[in-house]
Design a protein around this ligand. Structure first.
Ligand SMILES: [Fe+2]
Ligand SMILES: [Fe+2]
Length: 199
């Protein structure tokens, strides 16, 4: 089955209200910033593919990936369109997007919201600094959430590398670069490259 069919299949499995709310969020992102929308779809599908390979929950990783940057709805398009390093103020605004996304996604997908809230946690420049108490602290396996967030961080970085056509990332070994930017994931990154899921 083609991956695009996978996306439709995943949406079809949702109950009507959730499906409608998810499509609404995605269409808002489409209208706000097409490049971010395309990136979210790419990250969602790649997360699904990687999860199937690694034995993670594909549905949870798909929706965490698909909605991971939905908080960018609150970020000005001028900032989203910049392909040069951000100033401190712009960086502060950009850093708000995981928490903004968390607030939007939590009522629909509480587990996936915890994952996407942490998609920049394991980056070289980690954010956000503080995390709210999970909505369901006794029911959620926080180690699992953190492993999923680490994988999401890897796929997010990989997708960003494709997107900006090599800039601002230096030439060189892509796998090594992802390992430098996303700590503690060397073994999984190597397996994903060996299996051609990342290339
Ligand atoms: Fe992000
Ligand atoms: Fe992203």
């Amino acid at each position: 089955m083609a991956l695009e069919d996978d996306m439709l299949g995943m949406l079809e499995q949702l109950e009507a209200g959730k499906k409608q709310a998810t499509i609404l969020l995605l269409s808002q992102l489409w209208d706000h910033h097409m490049d971010s929308y395309n990136h979210c779809v790419q990250v969602g599908l790649k997360s699904l593919e990687a999860s199937r390979f690694l034995g993670y929950n594909g549905g949870q990783m798909f929706f965490a990936g698909l909605l991971h940057d939905i908080g960018k709805l609150k970020v000005d398009v001028k900032i989203l369109d910049r392909h040069v390093p951000f100033g401190e103020e712009e960086y502060r605004i950009i850093q708000s997007h995981p928490a903004e996304g968390y607030a939007k996604v939590r009522p629909l997908f509480p587990f996936e919201a915890e994952v996407l809230l942490r998609h920049h946690k394991f980056c070289k420049r980690s954010y956000p600094e503080k995390f709210p108490e999970p909505v369901n602290p006794n029911g959620f396996d926080m180690n699992l959430i953190e492993s999923y967030a680490r994988l999401l961080g890897v796929i997010d970085y990989y997708s960003s590398m494709q997107r900006h056509d090599g800039y601002p990332y230096p030439e060189g070994n892509k796998m090594q670069k992802i390992m430098q930017e996303r700590s503690g994931m060397d073994e999984i990154i190597r397996r994903l490259f060996d299996a051609n899921i990342l290339a």
